[in-house]
Every structure is written in C-alpha cells, then in structure tokens.
Design a protein around this ligand. Structure first.
Ligand code: SF4
Length: 360
C-alpha cells in the first residue's frame, strides 16, 4: 500500500479515548483481532524438511528486519487497537540478541496481557529463567518426534536432548503455559500419537498435533502422502484413549482433550482444513516488517517502509485497518486470491513459500 492510498483511506480518522485506545481492529465480517504473531527473525538453527531447504536459504538483509524500537513501537500501537496477546515466532526467536528486551518491552506495554513465544527449544535452557523474569507467560516448544534418529532426519541437526530438557525446564520453572507443537505427518510420526500423549500423564503441558501445511520449501506436501486431517488425528486419539474428556483450550485448539487422570492436555489444530476462520483473531507481522492479513494470503502491507519514512502512530493504525479491511472471508478465499497474482517485495523475491518467512 502506498502513502497516497493511506491518506485517501477513510480509516485515518480515529476516535481516541483518554488512555489512547482507539476503536478495536475489526474486519468487514465482524471479526475482532486481539492477538498478534510477530516473526522477529527469519534465521533458524534447525533445517526442518517441511520448513526450509537445507542450503541456500535467502534471508532478508539484517537492516530489512524490524529492530527493537520498531517492534516495540508496533506493539504499543497494536495495544491501542485492542491487541492483548503477543507471540514471537521466527525462524528461531531465541536467536535474536534482543529477545529479553522484546519480551520485557512487550510485557510492560499497557494493554498487553500476555507475551508468548514459539521456539525449537535448542537455546531455551540457557535463557529460560531470564525469559520468565522478563515476563514471558507462555512457551510453545516445537518437537515433531521423540525418536532421536527421526529428529535428525526431520531437522537435519542433532539436539533432541536439549528440546526435551527445555520442556521439563519450562514446567519446573513454572511458566504458566507450556505447549508442545507436533506437526503430524502420515508415514513419519503418526505412530507417535500415543507416545506424545503419554507426556501429558505427568507433565501439565498441552501437546498440540498440528495439521501439515503446504508451506514446505521442498514441496513435500504436494504429493499428499504425508497429510493427515485433523478429524483423522482426533479419531486416532479417541480410539487410543477411550474415555477421553473434552477440556477448555484456546480458539485455535478446536479439538482439545484430556486423558482421564492425566495432568496435561492434547489438542488438534486444523491448520490446513481451516474450520476456524470464522473465529480468526490473529494478526501476522513478518520479520521484515510486512503485515499479512491471513496465513494463506501472500499480500504484504509494508509497515517497515512506512515507519522508516517517519510515519505517525495514527498512520500505522490506518495501515492495519486497511490491511484488515481487505482480509478475505477465510483461508481458502485468501489462497484463491493469492494464486491469481505474484506480489513483489521490494524486488527482492517473488513469493514466500517457507514457513520461516511467513512466521510459523
Ligand atoms: S487461514 Fe487465515 S482466516 Fe483462517 S484462521 Fe488462519 S489466518 Fe485466520
């Protein structure tokens, strides 16, 4: 979106209350947005096959990535728009040197009720206590297999011991929310549903089985061989654990259960089948400062340039209103619209296909 469009947008007039808040961010379908996922880095210390190619990944230059001040300013503005929950993702967010400042800064922003992050767990043990002290409320640790050989196969690196240590440490230190993200792939880890569920026997964690999505750099999704639907995963869990109880969860945890007598919960996330779109409440910001109004949209709204041109906070608000005014009804519509065009991003690359560029 250019600045001319910004100025001509009829969203720029804001009715402001005494505390600086403005009308909440809503789209034309009546959905209100109160949660932002911010990718703060594209780089990662793993190379998961469904996310990044092994070599030759083109990361944006460092000066293209939003810096600490720009990120915290965006969060302050988003808080005025009614955003309450922040999730830092990547890439691997713990590879950012300013991660503690980002957590502390977001946590100290009036209106923000919870700061969370998603990590692969490798760097977590050495930062965990400091992150907790900085105000981190929740940590989602990605782990797709409990088998060391398969871990190496899928991540192309070692490190399963550190990830398991991270899970135990997060619980021991008392993080209010500890979740384990498992991308479930047929023929790879589908046979580990019970083993993952058993982690919830003694640990108060939520194990989340996530549908495999078509954002893998190597396009292994395309064959269809590895896709297991959320319903299929739910059916498997139900047959493994008769007497499963429905438990409370977040909006994305559409299916959430507890095995009788277990300390933790298991959830299934329909990330591909997208039956949650009617309740969508999330905003996405890429590491290089583009607003994405849907995971399945490839249209970028260039917040970084706007900020670096010296915009006001109200212009940032206008950009978000504009981007969310254009949000499609659901992820299927967004994908259809995206298939019809290729969007240039500062002439740097044509299409983001890897999760690490969209922000996990
Ligand atoms: S697919 Fe798009 S609209 Fe649906 S829940 Fe995800 S981000 Fe929201």
């Amino acid at each position: 979106m250019g600045n001319d469009e910004l100025e001509s947008s009829n969203c720029s007039a804001q009715l402001e209350s005494i505390d600086g808040s403005v009308a909440p961010l809503q789209d034309r379908f009546g959905r209100t947005f109160d949660y932002v996922r911010i990718a703060i880095i594209e780089k990662c210390n793993l190379r998961c096959t469904y996310c990044m190619p092994e070599e030759g990944v083109e990361f944006a230059d460092k000066n293209m990535i939003l810096n600490t001040d720009e990120l915290l300013r965006t969060i302050r503005v988003l808080a005025r728009l009614g955003i309450k929950k922040i999730r830092y993702t990547g890439g691997e967010p713990l590879m950012r040197k300013d991660i503690l400042d980002l957590v502390r800064g977001a946590n100290n922003t009036p209106g923000i009720k919870g700061v969370h992050l998603t990590t692969n767990g490798l760097l977590f043990p050495r930062l965990a206590k400091k992150l907790l002290d900085a105000g981190l409320m929740g940590v989602n640790i990605s782990l797709d297999t409990l088998d060391p050989g398969k871990f190496k196969e899928i991540t192309r690196r070692d490190g399963i011991e550190e990830v398991l240590e991270s899970i135990n440490l997060a619980v021991k230190l008392g993080f209010p929310r500890v979740k384990i993200n498992v991308v479930l792939m047929r023929g790879f880890n589908e046979n580990e549903i019970a083993a993952f569920t058993e982690l919830t026997k003694d640990l108060p964690v939520t194990v989340r089985f996530i549908e495999f999505m078509p954002f893998d750099a190597d396009q292994i999704w395309e064959s269809g061989d590895h896709f297991a639907s959320a319903q299929n995963i739910v059916d498997q869990i139900k047959s493994l654990y008769p007497g499963l109880e429905v438990a409370p969860g977040t909006r994305t945890e559409h299916y959430i259960f507890k095995a009788p007598g277990y300390a933790g919960k298991i959830a299934v996330i329909p990330a591909f089948t997208r039956n949650l779109c009617g309740n969508c409440s999330r905003i996405r910001l890429t590491a290089d400062g583009a607003v994405r109004n849907c995971l399945y949209s490839d249209k970028d709204y260039d917040l970084r340039s706007l900020m670096r041109e010296g915009c006001s906070d109200d212009e940032i608000i206008t950009l978000f209103r504009y981007a969310y005014g254009e949000k499609a009804k659901d992820g299927f519509e967004a994908k259809k619209l995206s298939d019809q065009k290729i969007v240039n991003l500062d002439g740097l690359r044509q299409l983001r296909t890897s999760m690490t560029q969209i922000g996990g």
